[in-house]
Design a protein around this ligand. Structure first.
Ligand SMILES: *[C@@H]1O[C@H](CO)[C@@H](O)[C@H](O)[C@H]1NC(C)=O
Ligand SMILES: *[C@@H]1O[C@H](CO)[C@@H](O)[C@H](O)[C@H]1NC(C)=O
Ligand SMILES: *[C@@H]1O[C@H](CO)[C@@H](O)[C@H](O)[C@H]1NC(C)=O
Ligand SMILES: *[C@@H]1O[C@H](CO)[C@@H](O)[C@H](O)[C@H]1NC(C)=O
Ligand SMILES: *[C@@H]1O[C@H](CO)[C@@H](O)[C@H](O)[C@H]1NC(C)=O
Ligand SMILES: *[C@@H]1O[C@H](CO)[C@@H](O)[C@H](O)[C@H]1NC(C)=O
Ligand SMILES: *[C@@H]1O[C@H](CO)[C@@H](O)[C@H](O)[C@H]1NC(C)=O
Ligand SMILES: *[C@@H]1O[C@H](CO)[C@@H](O)[C@H](O)[C@H]1NC(C)=O
Ligand SMILES: *[C@@H]1O[C@H](CO)[C@@H](O)[C@H](O)[C@H]1NC(C)=O
Ligand SMILES: *[C@@H]1O[C@H](CO)[C@@H](O)[C@H](O)[C@H]1NC(C)=O
Ligand SMILES: *[C@@H]1O[C@H](CO)[C@@H](O)[C@H](O)[C@H]1NC(C)=O
Ligand SMILES: *[C@@H]1O[C@H](CO)[C@@H](O)[C@H](O)[C@H]1NC(C)=O
Length: 788
């Protein structure tokens, strides 16, 4: 029955009939809040945590109920999240601090590039190094558990979702790679990772049911339910669960459940998603931590798989009186079995042992709730090489969208710099507060190096583009003249620009947690600034500090706009990173981690639901057709396709080869999932079946790096025309030189989800593998079919 309806669903998409979806999606039948139906599986420690399991269970066996409750329930303390310890057994409390762009809200640490800026590098080494370097900073500030990385919640389904910049690619495969690497990077540095937010967390509007500061609070406190993400089983597996599986494989210590409901059950109470999918199918051995305010009920959360209540009774109980004393009583009177609390405590303590945090003496936590210097004053723990890493990621992620030959900049030139985004915040670098959201409305905020909310991180300093252009002018011979106001400067622009050889306009768009972007426009003053610039100069370069797609249609085809760079939110070294690219010290190689549409309406409709009802519903009717999959299936031409980005050189692709002799078993799983699959000849869904390789040649005349991409066309009726299944970056290729790019294809990369048999299988028929510089420029291809 289900299969037939799945087929109807894809037909519905083809015909644009969401009513088919409405008939099909019977969310109640799944009973996702029923923990009797979806019980928590037994713990084993998995592939790597056997010793830790033994230690943690022995320790928990020695604890009183009150002590066990203490390690599962948040309390008031110096960090964003705090767990009480077990003083009797010598266990200190645990400190949890926000990420994922740095240790927040702590001073003496770095503001790393945002996830999106890092994603745009498509550089697995840089993705890992960013996380590893950040992990050391968490550890050196005394943090046990980092509330990072984002691992696919949000994934980027909704272009206006205001937290997409914290995460990675609007694609499960690439986000999976980034999730694996960033979990590993943090944990290799000794801090526990918290992969978040589980699952299908794709809008901020109505994300929680509290009437506090949100403009969307329409009903009295408690009456408004969180947005429900309603998605079918195939979409769950092929899109939203995929990257969490990679986080599990990397051995993520913790997972954070999200604010939304999933199929009308709160994510943090959801026995189906937490007990069945995450702990069962993915074999996750660590703990599930509630997002702050994601837990609404003491019993439903405990039985539904939550292991750690955050902030519990901290924060003056603004989210309610959660766990702690309540959990103690519920266990004492038998409402919650004590072994559920044992299980939660073991899940929390296992990674603590595994990471060696029981042996290590972490530095004393240096943070207080007022978010200023810690009790020991200002403590700087940054390492000398981190600034260089931040700068390099910013430069490698900068994505060149248009260039009519004006870049790299010639020397010497008269350069006009326009826009407040080129310079410092008028009232101080971190004046917009711990979440970059407290500045006065008309304040000139300066270079937007990071977005707002819990994903912000203090900048220890901010190198602005203007700082660097000026400092380098002695060497470049440039004359620099800057107008750093965004309004009231028409006359100045008209007098300065005709006397300049080139104009660089710095513009931005702000995104902040809690409020989805109202539209995809640049700051309205910035569109006017570009209009004034192009009216007075025929050589205007636009640099954008942005959280995702912005509407560029009013000016992108204007011949006076000679170059455009998406610089994302690049972190503290913003100015160095962009000037490296402008002058060609770094040849741009960033590529888009999402599809850049010509019009907002070209994306599938209804991604942000703002219906004024008590129980808002978001039906993921586009199913597996998110981002480029939608544009390809619907044959819509985007402004810039997924994977697009220009260079100062050119590349040629040749010699595609598919080599089955490279088959080997999975070598990357730190922990293994229990995902079922049809092909019994393999031991793991992650075994490598073959390698596809190609030659990339630098056919231009400057050294450059290229992100080669592999897309698979899977022979099954309901699949998109092509899906990303590999990427490989060749770095610093000299003019005329060639290098091999290679892509390992794993069993899972060829598989689709069977909703009836509840397992992955490789469809019969001809697969096409295409390789090239973007999702729509694929000069090479080869076919393959399953032989048995
Ligand atoms: C979502 O789907 C349900 C049926 O599954 C339907 O009743 C509801 O109207 C849909 N909501 C929206 C906003 O389309
Ligand atoms: C929960 O599931 C169990 C087992 O499937 C079933 O017996 C029980 O009736 C369900 N409870 C509710 C409230 O639906
Ligand atoms: C548990 O308690 C017993 C008795 O006090 C002690 O011998 C043992 O070492 C303890 N084990 C752990 C893991 O704390
Ligand atoms: C719970 O943790 C707090 C803070 O670390 C500690 O003061 C208290 O003694 C702990 N309670 C128990 C029962 O160990
Ligand atoms: C939400 O809270 C605010 C501030 O407490 C209050 O003024 C407002 O009336 C509340 N709105 C509703 C719908 O209850
Ligand atoms: C949501 O409900 C549908 C219909 O019962 C089911 O097929 C799907 O697996 C559920 N997804 C999640 C994530 O709970
Ligand atoms: C168990 O304790 C909880 C918390 O105090 C209380 O709300 C609940 O009614 C109790 N249940 C029983 C069966 O005593
Ligand atoms: C500056 O940032 C604040 C949030 O901190 C925002 O409300 C304000 O609109 C911004 N100012 C400008 C001119 O964009
Ligand atoms: C130019 O003048 C118009 C009309 O007064 C104004 O709206 C716009 O903001 C000005 N642009 C700049 C860049 O000052
Ligand atoms: C364009 O520039 C001319 C002079 O260079 C000026 O008269 C006119 O007002 C400008 N238009 C706009 C829209 O800025
Ligand atoms: C391009 O700039 C020149 C000034 O250099 C101006 O005269 C012309 O009107 C501009 N063109 C457009 C389309 O804005
Ligand atoms: C590099 O190639 C470009 C375009 O092919 C050409 O315009 C330029 O003169 C070349 N530069 C050098 C140094 O050869």
């Amino acid at each position: 029955m289900k299969l037939k309806l799945e087929a109807l669903l894809s037909l519905g998409i083809a015909l644009g009939l969401s009513s088919v979806f409405a008939q099909w999606l019977d969310v109640a039948s799944l009973d996702s809040g029923n923990s009797t139906k979806w019980p928590a599986p037994a713990l084993t420690g998995g592939k790597s945590w056997g010793d830790a399991y033994a230690k943690a269970s022995a320790l928990v066996a020695n604890m009183t109920l009150a002590e066990k409750v203490n390690v599962t329930s948040g309390i008031l303390g110096p960090c964003v999240g705090n767990l009480g310890g077990v003083p009797r057994l010598g266990i200190e409390g645990f400190c949890l601090e926000d990420g994922p762009a740095g240790v927040r809200p702590v001073h003496g640490t770095s503001q790393f590039p945002s996830g999106l800026a890092t994603a745009a590098t498509w550089d697995v080494d840089l993705i890992y190094q960013r996380s590893h370097s950040m992990g050391k900073e968490f550890y050196d500030q005394g943090v046990h558990i980092a509330l990072a990385p984002v691992t696919g919640g949000p994934l980027g389904r909704a272009p206006r979702m205001s937290r997409n910049w914290e995460g990675w690619y609007a694609d499960p495969y690439a986000t999976g790679i980034a999730s694996y690497l960033s979990v590993k990077g943090l944990q290799d540095a000794g801090v526990a990772a918290t992969s978040k937010h589980f699952i299908a967390y794709e809008q901020e509007t109505f994300r929680n049911q509290y009437n506090r500061t949100e403009p969307y609070s329409i009903f009295p406190a408690g009456e408004q339910r969180s947005i429900s993400s309603n998605l079918d089983d195939k979409t769950t597996h092929e899109i939203y669960l995929w990257s969490f599986a990679e986080a599990v494989r990397a051995g993520t210590a913790h997972m954070m459940c999200s604010y939304n409901e999933v199929n009308q059950t709160q994510a943090c109470h959801n026995a189906y998603t937490q007990n069945h999918l995450l702990k069962g199918e993915l074999g996750f051995q660590g703990s599930i931590i509630s997002d702050w305010g994601g837990q609404h009920d003491n019993v439903a959360s405990a039985l539904g798989g939550l292991d750690m209540a955050m902030p519990g009774s901290g924060y003056g109980q603004i989210f309610g009186s959660l766990w702690g004393e309540n959990l103690l009583e519920l266990a004492q009177n038998g409402t919650i079995p004590e072994d559920r609390i044992d299980d939660a405590a073991i899940r929390i303590l296992m990674p603590w042992f595994w990471l060696g945090q029981d042996q290590a003496k972490l530095p004393e936590v240096n943070a207080i709730p007022a978010y200023y210097n810690g009790p020991n004053g200002y403590r700087d723990i940054r390492e000398a090489e981190t600034a260089g890493l931040v700068r390099r990621i910013g430069a490698e992620g900068a994505t060149l969208l248009k260039n009519s030959g004006v870049l790299p900049l010639k020397k010497p030139q008269r350069i006009a710099v326009l826009g407040n985004d080129a310079t410092d915040n008028a009232i101080g670098t971190n004046a917009c507060g711990t979440g970059y959201r407290d500045c006065p409305k008309d304040n000139l905020n300066g270079t937007m190096s990071m977005g707002g909310g819990s994903g912000y991180a203090y900048a220890p300093y901010l190198v602005t583009p203007l700082d660097v252009l000026k400092a380098r002018s002695v060497k470049t011979g440039a004359e620099i003249s800057a107008i750093t106001l965004d309004t009231g400067v028409n006359a100045s622009i008209q007098s300065l620009l005709p006397n300049s050889d080139v104009v660089i306009v710095f513009v931005n768009s702000w995104a902040v947690e809690g409020f989805d972007r109202a539209d995809i426009k640049l700051h309205p003053n910035h569109d006017a600034l570009i209009a004034a610039a192009v009216n007075s100069s025929s050589n205007v370069i636009v640099v954008m500090h942005i959280p995702g797609v912005v509407d560029v249609e009013r000016w992108i085809d204007n011949d006076n706009v000679t170059a455009v760079i998406a610089a994302w939110y690049p972190g503290q070294e913003a100015g160095n990173a962009i000037v490296d690219v402008l002058y060609g010290d770094v040849n741009p190689s960033g590529k888009l981690p999402f599809t850049w549409a010509k019009s907002y309406d070209d994306y599938y409709p209804n991604t942000i639901i703002a219906d004024a009802v008590t129980a808002p519903q978001s039906n993921f009717t586009e199913g597996i057709f998110i981002d480029y999959r939608w544009f390809d299936a619907q044959n819509i031409t985007p402004r810039y396709e997924f994977g697009y980005g220009l260079s100062y050189t050119t590349f040629e692709y040749s010699d595609l080869l598919l080599d089955e002799s490279t088959a080997h078993s999975d070598e990357l799983a730190i922990q293994e999932t229990n995902e079922a699959f049809a092909e019994s000849e393999y031991t793991s869904l992650y075994d490598v079946l073959f390698t596809v390789s190609a030659t990339v040649t630098n056919s231009g005349n400057v050294t450059g790096s290229e992100v080669a991409q592999l897309y698979a066309s899977i022979p099954e009726d309901d699949q998109p025309p092509r899906v990303l299944r590999g990427f490989d970056k060749v770095k610093d290729l000299a003019p005329g030189a060639s290098s091999t790019v290679s892509f390992e294809l794993r069993l899972k990369d060829l598989s689709v989800w069977d909703v009836v048999k509840q397992r992955w299988y490789v469809p019969r028929g001809e697969f096409t593998f295409s390789v090239g510089p973007s999702s729509r420029v694929l000069p090479l291809s080869t076919v393959w079919s399953k032989s048995t």
